[in-house]
Design a protein around this ligand. Structure first.
Ligand SMILES: [Zn+2]
Length: 565
C-alpha cells in the first residue's frame, strides 16, 4: 500500500493538458501548494468541461507506480495515472465510464466490468471512481489466463500472466495447483469473500518485485521467471498470497486513518503494523498452507526476518509504530544505514508480532482457538461485493478480547508504541522453535544471494555487500562499523586478494584458525583506505532450530485448513 503524506504519482508525465467547454478553451492554473490540483476559470455558462492530456509510457524502474508500467509488448494500466477528477465529491460517489483501445492482437485482463468489446476497443461499465482506481488492467501480446477456481467455489478466480517469453508463462502444474489451493485456503480462513470475482494480475518483466492490493484483483510485479523459477519462489512465493490477504485485511477492513474519502486527503499510517503486519504474517502462512513453500521455506523466511529485526540498532531510538507513521518517508528511503534508520519494519516485524499473538491464543486456549478465529470474526463478515468497514485500534483490541480475554492493549503498547530493544521472537519460541546461527546458508540465503546479487555478512562482520564488493549497509556497533567500514565504500581486496564473495568467504574461514586480522582494501570515493577487522567468528547465517522441550506448534499453524489430495 502507499500511504504517503506527500502527493505522489507520475504527474510529471502528464503532457499536452488542455480544458475546453464546447469550442472554448478554459484556462487553467496549477495550485501552488497542492501540485496535483488544477484550478479552472469557470465558464459563464454551466456545461460540460472536457480535459485532454497525454501520459507518456514510463519504462524506468525507479519506483512501483511511477515506473515499470510499460514494456515493448505489455502494459499494466493503473487508472489513477491517467485520470483527472472533479475535486469535492467523495470518490465513491463519482461515476466514471472508460474506453480503452489496445494495439492489434493484444489481450487484456482486469477485474473492471466490461460493457462491450469491438475489435481492440473495450468499453467498460460505468463504475465509481473508487472501483475504477481499484481495478488495474494488464495487457499484452503474450497473456496467459489460468482459471484457478477451486471445486465448489462459486466466485471465479484467475491467474493472469503477462510476459514476453513462453518459458515465463509455462508454470509447473504443481505451482498452478498451489495457487488454486491458495484460493481454497483463503476461503477456509476467512469464510467469506468481499468480491464478485478475483484476478491475480502478474507482470513478469524487468527487475521489480512488489505488489499492490485491490478488492477484486492484485497488481503483482516480478522478474520474468518470477513464478516459474524455484529460487524466485523461495524469495517471492508469498507475494500473491500477501496481496490477496489484503482483500480482507486492508481493503474490506481498513484502519480509519487510511480510509480517506478521496486521493487528495493525506492518510494516517499508525496502524500499518496491522494493515501490512498482519497481512505479512498471513501472506507467509498461506504460502506454506497452499504448498508454494515447504514448512522449511517458511522457517527460513522467519529466521531471516527475526535476525534482521533483532540486529536493528535503530530499535534503540525508533518504535515500530514510528516506522508505520513515517511510512511515506521510509518507502523511498535508502538501504544505506537502514539498520540504524529502520525501514518499513512494520511489514517484517508484523510477521513476528502476529506469530506471537497466534501462539498465545493457541497456547492459552489449549489449541481450541487461534488467530484464524480472530481473522474470521474481524475480517470475514458476510460475503458480498467490495465494501469498506473502517476500524480503530480499540475495535481491534475488542475483537481480539472476544477470542482470548487478555491485556492486548498493553501487549501492543510494549511491542509497538514503546521502544522495544529486542525483536519479538517469543512467537517463534512459543511455537517450539528458536533462532540460531550457523555458518551454513539456508536455501533462502542462497537464493537471495543468487538473485539479488548480495552477500549478507550482517551477522558476522556486520555488513551487507553487493557481490561486487560495494557496501550496502553497515550495522552500528559491529566490527565492520568500528573498523571504519561504511555504506557506499567498495571492498577491492581481502588479505591482498582481489575481492569476490568466494575470496571473502575463504578469508573468514582462514581467520577462524589464526589471530591475524582481516585486511580489507576499500575505495571511499576517490580514496583507497586500508581497514583491519579483528574477526575470527566465521560466517553466520540465521536458522530456526527445533526446541524439543515444546510441542511443534508451528507445524499446526502451517498445516492446510483444506483437505489435500
Ligand atoms: Zn501489503
Amino acid at each position: 500500500m502507499d500511504s504517503r503524506r506527500a502527493w505522489t504519482g507520475p504527474l510529471d508525465d502528464v503532457m499536452g493538458l488542455k480544458f475546453r467547454t464546447g469550442e472554448t478553451t478554459v484556462p487553467w492554473k496549477r495550485d501552488d501548494v497542492d501540485l496535483y490540483a488544477f484550478h479552472l476559470e469557470t465558464p459563464a455558462q454551466p456545461g460540460e468541461i472536457q480535459a485532454e492530456f497525454y501520459v507518456t509510457g514510463v519504462s524506468d524502474e525507479s519506483g512501483f507506480l511511477p515506473g515499470n508500467s510499460t514494456a515493448p509488448d505489455q502494459l499494466i494500466l493503473n487508472w489513477n495515472q491517467v485520470l483527472l477528477y472533479p475535486f469535492g465529491p467523495p470518490a465513491d460517489t463519482q461515476t466514471i465510464q472508460t474506453q480503452l483501445t489496445l494495439p492489434p492482437k493484444w489481450k487484456f485482463a482486469t477485474a473492471l466490468p466490461i460493457q462491450s468489446e469491438e475489435g481492440q476497443v473495450i468499453t467498460f461499465k460505468p463504475v465509481s471512481l473508487t472501483m475504477l482506481v481499484d481495478s488495474p488492467l494488464l495487457a499484452g501480446l503474450g497473456l496467459r489466463e489460468i482459471d484457478i477456481t477451486p471445486q465448489g467455489e462459486p466466485r471465479v478466480h484467475k491467474l493472469d500472466l503477462a510476459a514476453e517469453s513462453d518459458s515465463a508463462l509455462d508454470l509447473p502444474q504443481s505451482v498452478i495447483a498451489s495457487y488454486r489451493r491458495l484460493v481454497a485456503e483463503t476461503g477456509a480462513l476467512f469464510k467469506a469473500r468481499h468480491y464478485d470475482h478475483y484476478n491475480f494480475l502478474v507482470w513478469l518483466h524487468g527487475t521489480y518485485e512488489d505488489g499492490l492490493e485491490h478488492h477484486q484483483s492484485s497488481d503483482n510485479r516480478l522478474p520474468e521467471m518470477g513464478l516459474a523459477d524455484l529460487d524466485w519462489r523461495l524469495i517471492e512465493g508469498d507475494l500473491l498470497s500477501h496481496e490477496m490477504t489484503h482483500s480482507w485485511n486492508g481493503k474490506y477492513r481498513r484502519p480509519l486513518g487510511l480510509a480517506t474519502p478521496n486521493y487528495q486527503e493525506p492518510m494516517k499510517g499508525d496502524l500499518l503494523w496491522v494493515y501490512e503486519g498482519l497481512t505479512n504474517y498471513y501472506g507467509e502462512v498461506l504460502a506454506a498452507r497452499s504448498g508454494l513453500w515447504q514448512p522449511e521455506d517458511y522457517r527460513n523466511r522467519i529466521a531471516a526476518t527475526a535476525a534482521a529485526m533483532e540486529n536493528r540498532p535503530g530499535r534503540a531510538w525508533r518504535s515500530l509504530e514510528d516506522t508505520a507513521i513515517s511510512a511515506s518517508l521510509l518507502y523511498g528511503s535508502s538501504i544505506e544505514w537502514q539498520a540504524w534508520r529502520r525501514s518499513t519494519d512494520f511489514y517484517e516485524e508484523g510477521s513476528l508480532l502476529w506469530l506471537e499473538v497466534d501462539s498465545m491464543i493457541r497456547g492459552k486456549t489449549s489449541g481450541h482457538k487461534s488467530l484464524d478465529d480472530f481473522c474470521r470474526a474481524f475480517e470475514g463478515g458476510e460475503s458480498g461485493p467490495p465494501a469498506l468497514v473502517p476500524y480503530t485500534f480499540d475495535d481491534m483490541v475488542t475483537a481480539l478480547n472476544q477470542i482470548l480475554p487478555y491485556d492486548w492493549a498493553g501487549f501492543f503498547r510494549t511491542r509497538v508504541t514503546s521502544l522495544a530493544p529486542h525483536a519479538p521472537v517469543l512467537g517463534i519460541e512459543n511455537a517450539g522453535w528458536r533462532l540460531t546461527y550457523s555458518d551454513e546458508r539456508s536455501e533462502l540465503d542462497r537464493a537471495v544471494e543468487a538473485k539479488h546479487e548480495q552477500l549478507d555478512m550482517r551477522y558476522s562482520l556486520g555488513a551487507l555487500f553487493e557481490i561486487s564488493g560495494k557496501v550496502l549497509d553497515v550495522l552500528p556497533g559491529t566490527l565492520a562499523d568500528s573498523a571504519g567500514l561504511a555504506p557506499a565504500m567498495k571492498v577491492v581486496s581481502v588479505n591482498e586478494h582481489q575481492f569476490s564473495p568466494q575470496v571473502l568467504r575463504e578469508a573468514l574461514r582462514s581467520a577462524q584458525t589464526t589471530s591475524a586480522p582481516l585486511e580489507l582494501l576499500v575505495t571511499n570515493q576517490e580514496q583507497f583506505v586500508k581497514l583491519r577487522l579483528d574477526y575470527h567468528g566465521g560466517e553466520r547465517y540465521p536458522h530456526l532450530e527445533r526446541d524439543p522441550s515444546k510441542p511443534d506448534m508451528l507445524s499446526h499453524i502451517l498445516a492446510p485448513l483444506t483437505p489435500t489430495q
